[in-house]
Design a protein around this ligand. Structure first.
Ligand code: SF4
Ligand code: SF4
Length: 245
């Protein structure tokens, strides 16, 4: 994103709309400017700040900078998932699609947050660490298609210096491998310069309990379970063996 200095009247109205603090006031010129190193191309200033002189404009984004907009602008629809946003719909629709089946857990690692953002070089540290553990990344997640090698979790080199507001790493693993994943993430968390949150998606077990509770308790991880029940508005597309269709 850019600000036309010829038009800007320095009202600073746009400055607080930036989630990563990329808009600053140039004291000598008395206009607002955008630090392009920090800007994640989220579009917030253009859409929300209502600049009185229309000085904010979207410059043409070229690869690899386009990745900033893909991951950070909530209105960008990605080819892979068919929806706006950084991940797939599967985490919210599992009761219909059954992507994560009995005995398996969908894992979503959301890297970066407003203020901090996340550099792709840090995202790669995490994808490489979990890839070495043998996970298969979610093919419909736009982040997965940016990898030059999905078996190693390596990204195309030109992406590593790019910064995004946040992004989601997704994969599915058998429940008995979750402890290993958590250990790996604890180790790699010491090497990255941002934050991440962890989401686990699974069906309830036969006792109607979340099957990961005891594993998370063992690690002393606080969790906030969210339940979703298909009340019949969406026909389940998949049935486990033995379930009635
Ligand atoms: S809102 Fe517009 S005029 Fe005001 S500082 Fe931002 S770019 Fe300049
Ligand atoms: S596009 Fe987003 S990140 Fe860039 S300056 Fe505007 S609000 Fe900040």
């Amino acid at each position: 994103m850019l600000i036309n200095s010829e038009l800007c009247i320095g009202c600073e109205k746009c400055n607080p709309y930036c989630p990563v603090g990329a808009i600053y006031t140039d004291a000598s010129e008395k206009v607002s400017k955008i630090d392009l190193t920090e800007c994640v191309e989220c579009g917030s200033c253009l859409r929300q700040a209502n600049c009185p002189v229309d000085a904010i404009y979207q410059q043409e984004l070229v690869w690899p900078r386009t990745i900033r907009s893909i991951m950070s602008d909530p209105l960008t629809i990605t080819e892979e998932s068919g929806i706006a946003g950084r991940g797939t719909e599967e985490m919210k629709t599992n009761d219909v699609t059954g992507r994560f089946r009995n005995g398996y857990v969908g894992v979503g690692i959301e890297m970066g947050r407003p203020i901090l953002g996340a550099y792709m070089s840090d995202v790669e540290k995490v994808t490489k660490a979990v890839a070495a553990y043998g996970v298969v990344f979610e093919p419909c997640n736009p982040l997965t298609t940016l990898m030059s090698d999905q078996t190693s979790g390596k990204f195309q080199n030109e992406l590593l210096g790019e910064k995004v507001l946040s992004t989601i790493i997704e994969f599915t693993v058998p429940i008995n491998r979750i402890s290993g994943i958590i250990k790996i993430l604890k180790d790699v968390s010491k090497q990255i310069d941002t934050v991440f949150s962890l989401g686990f998606i699974s069906k309830l077990d036969s006792d109607e309990m979340f099957p990961l509770n005891h594993i998370l308790d063992e690690f002393g991880i606080n969790y906030a379970p969210n339940g979703k029940t298909n009340v019949g508005l969406g026909r389940p597309l998949f049935k486990e063996k033995g379930e009635l269709v």
